[in-house]
Design a protein around this ligand. Structure first.
Ligand code: AMP
Ligand code: MG
Length: 469
């Protein structure tokens, strides 16, 4: 198997990473492989069992430059001065047939100097969850890292639940640069490294940017587009720590994430997020908070501090309005409005309030709007009818609201109870539920497998996703 590596991160100063190989595992077996993505990356795979050796980390492919990246981060708001890839290895980068440079990273590939107390491993559950959900996000049109391969290791690892089957995920990202990558050099006062990193990020992601404040502006715009895209699909990331905030503006690090069933602004899924810091409706605030941390880090390299602080403050203060504008265009499209006006905010908030009041299913309610089935999602049907009358009035002038809604409101998302059932089956050796979900989620705006649209029954509800990743 040949991977056409073209590595750039490995040319950065040694202080940015530690070079090391993945730790081999006992008996690698391919659980899932993304042939479409491999084609984009220009990777030719013949034999999948040979590919399993590579994507388990047992064989280092030609021209790879394996390394673990250094970074820091705020986790749940608390500063952690050193994190780094504790269980991941960047194999290198490839430039795809679309001209885009992407990282190829193994996750769950064994301990590194940054592992702290961890074992450097991942178990099959979170590996398959990330594979499935990140690919579903991609199919929904949301910027995200992607999944190339999932390999089982044939080894057991230990988590709270006991012994679990190990696995390695091959993650593909526009880069793994995070807010935390900037934070570590700023916190250490390593201004030269900070400048090198800033130029690297500009060259790689925002070549039109001129200097650190321009970079900040570009990352803020990317994040201000990303979070409304999540929200428009009922997605809760769950761990929006600054080490999980991508400079490229992709969704990264699928841990305790979830798509909501019954709508509630304050919905939380992570079992360790007891304060609701990363609740559904708080995601815009956190994105702004994370960008303020990036601003602080970037400013550390600027000579005229006062001017930079002033400029950065203006950029950060502009972000909520940017998020609101993107939120409005995303949500307006969900109700068939192609060119929203300010008054549409009230119309949308009214609908969301009714949905929350009645515990309406997020995905199915939007998908049903404009059909007779819509009102069945509500307990107070008169209240919904009154809203719908206003809405019909508003969309009269729209050219084709139903078509807009059909391509904006998915029929299927990876519901938590399905993902959990898929994991349970996979652990028992049955990959059929994974295949079935993957297939339906690849074309989420088409009704291909209606049984997957069903929300969980009361005993199927998965109230939290545990962090034992
Ligand atoms: P995450 O919550 O997945 O974003 O991870 C936060 C930090 O913990 C990163 O530095 C990870 O590399 C590290 N980490 C998470 N799980 C493990 C593990 N099992 N072994 C070593 N490091 C880990
Ligand atoms: Mg992370």
């Amino acid at each position: 198997m040949q991977i056409p590596f073209d590595n750039s991160y490995a040319s950065l100063p040694d202080a940015f990473y530690t070079r090391l190989n993945a730790t081999p595992v006992k008996t690698p077996q391919m659980l899932a492989f993304n042939h479409d993505l491999a084609a984009v990356l220009g990777i030719e795979v013949g034999d999948l069992s040979e590919a399993a050796q590579v994507f388990a980390g047992n064989e280092t492919p030609d021209n790879a430059a394996p390394l673990a990246q250094l970074y820091a981060g705020h986790q749940f708001g608390n500063w952690n001065p050193q994190l780094g890839d504790g269980r991941a290895i960047l194999l290198g980068e490839v430039i795809g047939t679309d001209g885009i440079r992407r990282d190829i990273q193994l996750k769950g590939s064994g301990p590194t100097p940054y592992s702290r107390m961890g074992d450097g491993r991942a178990w099959m559950g979170p590996v398959l969850r990330e594979y499935l959900v990140s690919e579903a996000m991609h199919a929904l049109g949301i910027p995200t890292t992607r999944a190339l391969a999932a390999v089982s290791t044939g080894e057991s690892i230990w988590r709270e639940q006991g012994a679990l089957p190990g696995a390695v995920l091959t993650r593909v990202a526009r880069s793994h640069l995070r807010v935390g990558t900037f934070q570590i050099f700023a916190a250490r006062g390593e201004v030269e490294h900070l400048k090198t990193l800033t130029q690297y990020a500009i060259d790689r992601h925002y070549p039109e940017a001129q200097g650190p404040m321009d970079l900040l502006r570009a990352v803020c715009s990317a994040q201000a587009a990303l979070i409304p895209a999540w929200m428009a699909h009922g997605f809760i990331h769950g761990v929006m720590n600054t080490d999980n905030a991508s400079i490229a503006g992709e969704t990264i690090d699928y841990g305790p994430c979830a798509f909501m069933d019954a709508f509630a602004q304050n919905r939380v899924f992570s079992s360790i997020d007891q304060m609701g810091r990363y609740a559904f409706g708080n995601q815009p605030n956190i994105a702004v908070w994370n960008m303020a941390q990036l601003a602080t880090a970037l400013i550390a390299q600027v000579d005229d501090r006062d001017a930079a602080v002033e400029e950065a403050t203006a950029i950060i203060h502009a972000m909520p309005e940017q998020i609101e504008a993107n939120w409005l265009s995303r949500f307006a499209a969900k109700i068939g409005i192609s060119t929203p006006i300010a008054a549409d905010v009230k119309l949308l908030e009214h609908l969301l309030a009714l949905m929350q009041e009645d515990g309406a299913d997020f995905t199915n309610t939007f998908r049903a709007l404009g059909t007779d089935a819509a009102r069945e999602h509500f307990v107070d049907r008169e209240a919904f009818d009154a809203w719908a009358a206003n809405w019909q009035d508003r969309i009269k002038a729209e050219p084709d609201p139903q078509a807009l809604m059909k391509r904006t409101n998915p029929a299927v998302v990876p519901r938590n109870h399905r993902v959990e059932a898929m994991i349970e089956a996979a652990v028992a050796g049955d990959m059929a539920p994974f295949e079935r979900l993957s297939k339906a989620l690849a074309t989420p705006f088409t009704e291909t497998d209606p049984d997957l649209h069903r929300p969980p029954t009361s005993d199927e509800i998965v109230p939290a996703t545990f962090c034992g990743t």
